[in-house]
Ligand binder design. Structure first.
Ligand code: IVH
Length: 666
């Protein structure tokens, strides 16, 4: 094709593809079939290949162009990305409404109401209509540059539509995965033997924060836009509803569930209406966002710390569903303790499919009187473990009997040993890479391992005889086991699997006593004197070391070469660890770990973790949607670490000094 004709056809194809992209991904209203779309795209690809001079970064063929990155660059947001205050019931919402109405001196305030999507906040910068940057929220001022990944999301135009693109616009919105996309992704992951995601929010966050844009491209991400961070050369927008209309007119995807409502009762009615529709919506929402509609009123109300005073999120209560108890199984833990687990008819609740729920222990079963065959209400909120809330007695079949937890189960010792070895080898214990549950099962069943010290006598030849164990991995495993001989006292104590002794307690013990002998010989009183150790834990530790079989195990492990550096016993306030003496407060939601895990990691480094911010607090770790604690920290000038900074601190605890005020100079 002559160059001129090619240029014309390329322009035509790009325009057509942009139109169909918009119809399909933004408006959910395609005009042509997928096959027709693919044919146009292929034609464009071929023309661009034949005429490299026609290449353009905004071409619909250029969504996955970039090579994998080493890390994400930091972006400073033009205007801070704020978060939202929360209310949890109608009473709290009424208080919010009353405050706003009083300050605006008006009885009926007009609100733009929107679904609160459960994904992650993003900022998109378009210059002269071209997408030039996409950044995550980060700590609100500094985000991560995820442009290459965001370009792969087809609901996000590379070029704005409409004749008059503003000189610059920074669009704010939420990237998320809809329910169908999430389910399909998890099915694909499972079929490929890859890890599945707990919920659409984690899946979206994990998919966007990929160093390889090709991975992001394969994930079903989409976006709704809900605000503007900066606008140059655009119209004056005097309401939130007008802002949403403008975003839509630029070809950006805007939710159709937004409304303008006046007065408190109408606000609450919208909430109730959406709560009723929630399960049927194609995507997860976790509440309703109310934004004072008039820009002038927003400006009058202003904002505090990180949240506007003119907006609030009214959160939905945790999702609850009914399902049936198919069976109650008993699981054996590493200490031999038996835990009853209800096997449930699979049910989708709180964004995940639940098939099991722990019943904890005999007391819990008795209290809830859960029986096989019962219909139960299960609940799950956020990242919390699913739980059985109650039995629906009306639906109990006539022939059920109260469940009795057996005191032993067949094969119990073998099952205990498997769990004990898995625990011993786990990442926070002796960290033996490659020693997974499947291999441990085989080692125990075949009698090759009857106690943890047997691991140190395994040879590559023996291991390569196991199922799914190639020669190379057998050699690697033997090497990983050998490496684990050099450890720390805290890890070793944790690895022993003493009942009630988690990572933080093990670290406290190691710090206080300095040597294994001193821990083993400590009196119950001396143990109780350690941070976070009460009478139950103290007794458990004391009893464990008093058992000659356990003393023998420790001896055998030392004989096998497991060693660590012994320290000196330290008082409670000794500065042996990087974070000793620091008071930390956790707030908001972290994506990499639960708050509990974060707490234990901090404690393991010597920090004290408390629930309230005061001027004595040394550090506040703020995850997503941090609220009043964050505001207080900022008001008091307490250093605040976002999740990325916190993960950096865990990797390199000595770097903590960066966050602390310099020591007073003499
Ligand atoms: S507005 C001006 N609108 O919720 C306040 N946020 O808790 C800025 N979110 O970081 C947020 N849907 O990730 C706003 N319709 C919506 C939203 C929404 C979800 C998320 C967003 C934000 C968080 C705040």
């Amino acid at each position: 094709m002559p160059a001129e004709a090619a240029a014309r056809r390329v322009a035509e194809l790009r325009e057509a593809l942009e139109l169909h992209n918009h119809r399909y991904y933004v408006l959910d209203d395609p005009l042509i079939s997928d096959a027709e779309y693919d044919a146009l795209l292929r034609e464009l690809e071929q023309l661009e290949a034949a005429h490299p001079e026609l290449a353009s970064a905004d071409s619909p063929t250029m969504r996955v162009g970039a090579a994998p990155a080493e890390q994400f660059a930091t972006v400073i947001h033009r205007a801070p990305m704020l978060s939202l205050g929360n209310v949890f019931d109608a009473g709290e919402f009424e208080d919010f409404y009353a405050r706003v109405a009083t300050e605006l001196e008006s009885d009926t305030v007009e609100f733009a109401v929107e679904a609160k999507l459960d994904g992650l906040a993003i900022s998109l910068t378009y210059e002269a209509g071209r997408l030039v940057r996409a950044a995550t929220r980060g700590d609100g001022t500094h985000g991560e540059d995820v442009t290459a990944n965001v370009r792969t999301i087809r609901a996000i135009p590379l070029r704005l539509r409409g004749a008059e693109a503003p000189a610059l616009i920074e669009v704010r919105g939420e990237i998320f995965m809809d329910k169908a996309g999430f389910t399909a992704l998890n099915e694909r992951q499972a079929a490929a033997g890859l890890k599945t995601f707990a919920n659409p929010r984690n899946a979206a966050a994990g998919s966007l924060r990929q160093l390889d844009p090709a991975v992001t491209a394969s994930r079903p991400l989409t976006m709704y836009c809900y605000g503007i961070g900066a606008l140059e050369g655009g119209p004056a927008l005097d309401t939130q509803a007008g802002t949403l209309d403008y975003l839509g007119a630029l070809g950006l995807r805007v939710s159709r569930d937004s409304r303008v409502v006046s007065g408190c009762a109408a606000c609450i009615a919208f909430y109730e209406d959406m709560a009723a529709r929630r399960a049927a919506l194609p995507y997860e929402i976790d509440g309703i966002v109310y934004k004072v509609n008039a820009r002038s009123a927003q400006d009058r109300l202003g904002h505090v710390a990180r949240a506007p005073r003119w907006a609030v999120a009214f959160k939905f209560p945790p999702d609850e569903r009914e399902t049936r108890v198919l069976a109650i199984d008993v699981q054996v833990g590493r200490t031999g303790a038996l835990t009853p687990v209800a096997r449930l008819q699979p049910v989708f609740v709180g964004g995940v499919t639940i098939t099991n729920a722990t019943l904890h222990n005999a007391d819990e079963i008795a209290r809830k009187d859960v029986r096989v065959g019962d219909t139960v209400v299960v609940r799950r909120a956020g990242d919390v473990i699913p739980e059985i809330v109650r039995v629906v007695l009306d639906k109990r079949p006539p022939d059920t009997a109260p469940y009795e937890l057996p005191s032993t189960v067949p094969d119990q010792e073998r099952a205990r040993l498997v769990q004990a070895i898995i625990h011993f080898a786990s990442r926070r214990a002796l960290d033996i890479e490659g020693l997974g549950a499947k291999i441990v099962e085989q080692l125990v069943t075949s009698g090759l391992v009857t106690a943890p010290d047997d691991l140190y006598r395994l040879e590559a030849e023996t291991l390569s005889g196991l199922e799914r164990m190639a020669e190379k991995s057998a050699a690697n495993l033997v090497e990983a086991i050998a490496r684990s001989r050099a450890t720390t006292l805290a890890r070793f104590v944790y690895a022993l699997g003493i009942r009630e002794v988690g990572e933080a307690t093990a670290a406290n013990l190691a710090r206080r006593f300095g040597s294994l002998e001193r821990i083993a010989q400590a009196s119950v009183e001396a143990l109780e004197d350690v941070d976070d150790i009460g009478p139950v834990v103290a007794a458990s530790i004391h009893d464990w070391f008093a058992d000659p079989a356990n003393a023998a195990l420790v001896e055998r492990l030392r004989d096998a070469g497991v060693h660590w550096e012994e320290g000196v016993a330290s008082g409670a306030a000794d500065g042996a660890q990087p974070l000793t003496g620091l008071g930390c407060v956790l707030t908001g939601t972290l994506s990499a770990m639960t708050r509990d895990e974060a707490k234990h990691r901090l404690q393991a480094l010597g920090a004290k973790v408390s629930g309230a911010v005061s001027k004595k607090t040394s550090l506040v770790i703020a995850g997503a949607e941090a609220g009043s604690k964050l505001a207080k920290a900022e008001a008091l000038g307490v250093p605040v670490l976002d999740e990325a900074a916190f993960l950096g601190l865990l990797d390199d605890p000595a770097s903590v000094s960066r966050w602390l005020p310099p020591p007073p100079t003499a």
